[in-house]
Ligand binder design. Structure first.
Ligand code: NAD
Length: 254
C-alpha cells in the first residue's frame, strides 16, 4: 500500500461522497489532509471520520468557484499544514435539463463549479508545489488529480452543461501536464461512471437499473472504488504517469 507519510493532501468537495472517501484513503495511508467543502455541516460530520486515522486534519469552508476563496484555501493549507503535495479537484454539481429547457443559470452553475474551479485551484497550487523539497532537499513537485466523468468522454442526454464541463476538465488535465511536467507537477484525472453517492441517490430505481445494465461488472460503483484510483494516481506508483484520464466505471460504455 502506498505511503503518504509527511505529505499533505487537499481534497475539494470532501464533505461527502467520493471526496470524503478519498480524504479517508489518504489519511489511512499517513497523509495530513485538508477537507474542503462549501457546506459546513458536511465538514463537521466528515472531520472526526478523517481524524480517526490519527493524522492532522483541517477543515476549510470554501466555494470552489470563487477565486479569492480558492487562494485563501490554498494559503490556509500551507500555513497550517506546512506544505501542499496533492490537490484533488473533486467538488462538483449537476443541474440536468434537456438543452431546450436549460437556462443560463444552470449552464453557468455547472461550468463554474465543475470547470472554473479546476482552473482556479490548479493555478493556485503551482507555486506552493514548486517549493516542495523531498528528504534529500531536492525539488519534488506535487500532483493534481481531477474528478472528471465518463459523461465528459461520451456525452449524455440532459447533461450538456455537465458533459461540457467534464470534457473541459479532461482537456485541462492534458494541458496542465504539458505545462508543468518540467516542474515535476503531475496532473491526471479519473472519469467515474455511475457511483453511489448523494449525486446519484436522486435517480429513480428504473434509471439505476438501466445504468447497471450498461456496466460489464454489473454493479454501481462505490465511492471507495474511485478513491483507490485517485490515491494510485497521486502515489509514487504513478510517478511516470501524467496527462491521463482513468475511467473508473466498471467498464461502462455508452
Ligand atoms: N456519483 C457519480 O456517479 C459521479 C460520476 C462521475 C463523476 N462524479 C464526480 O465526482 C465528484 C464528486 O461527486 P459525488 O458523487 O461524490 O457527489 P456529492 O454530491 O456527494 O459530493 C460533491 C461535494 O461537492 C461539494 N460542493 C458542491 N459545490 C461546491 C462548491 N461550489 N464549493 C465547494 N464544495 C462544493 C458538495 O457540498 C459535496 O460535498 C463530482 O465532481 C462529480 O461530478 C460523480
Amino acid at each position: 500500500m502506498s505511503d503518504f507519510t509527511g505529505k499533505v493532501a487537499l481534497v475539494t468537495g470532501s464533505g461527502g461522497g467520493i471526496g470524503l472517501a478519498t480524504a479517508k484513503a489518504f489519511a489511512s495511508r499517513g497523509a495530513d489532509v485538508a477537507l474542503l467543502d462549501f457546506n459546513p455541516a458536511l465538514l463537521e460530520t466528515a472531520l472526526p471520520e478523517v481524524q480517526a486515522f490519527g493524522h492532522r486534519v483541517i477543515t476549510i469552508q470554501c466555494d470552489v468557484s470563487k477565486a479569492d476563496q480558492v487562494e485563501a484555501a490554498v494559503k490556509k493549507t500551507v500555513d497550517e499544514l506546512g506544505r501542499l503535495d496533492i490537490l484533488v479537484n473533486n467538488a462538483g454539481i449537476t443541474r440536468d435539463n434537456l438543452l431546450l429547457r436549460m437556462d443560463e443559470a444552470e449552464w453557468d452553475a455547472v461550468l463554474t463549479t465543475n470547470l472554473k474551479s479546476v482552473f482556479l485551484f490548479s493555478k493556485a497550487v503551482i507555486r506552493p508545489m514548486g517549493k516542495n523539497r523531498g528528504a534529500d532537499g531536492k525539488p519534488c513537485g506535487g500532483c493534481i488529480v481531477n474528478t472528471a466523468s465518463v459523461i465528459g468522454l461520451f456525452g449524455n442526454v440532459g447533461q450538456a452543461n455537465y458533459g461540457a464541463a467534464k470534457a473541459g476538465v479532461i482537456n485541462f488535465t492534458k494541458t496542465f501536464a504539458k505545462e508543468y511536467g518540467r516542474k515535476n507537477i503531475r496532473c491526471n484525472a479519473v472519469a467515474p461512471g455511475f457511483i453511489k453517492t448523494r449525486m446519484t441517490d436522486v435517480l429513480s430505481q428504473e434509471a439505476k437499473d438501466r445504468m447497471t445494465s450498461l456496466i460489464p461488472l454489473s454493479r454501481l460503483g462505490e465511492a471507495e472504488d474511485v478513491a483507490k484510483a485517485i490515491v494510485f494516481l497521486a502515489s509514487d506508483d504513478a510517478s511516470y504517469i501524467t496527462g491521463q484520464t482513468l475511467a473508473v466505471s466498471g467498464g461502462m460504455a455508452f
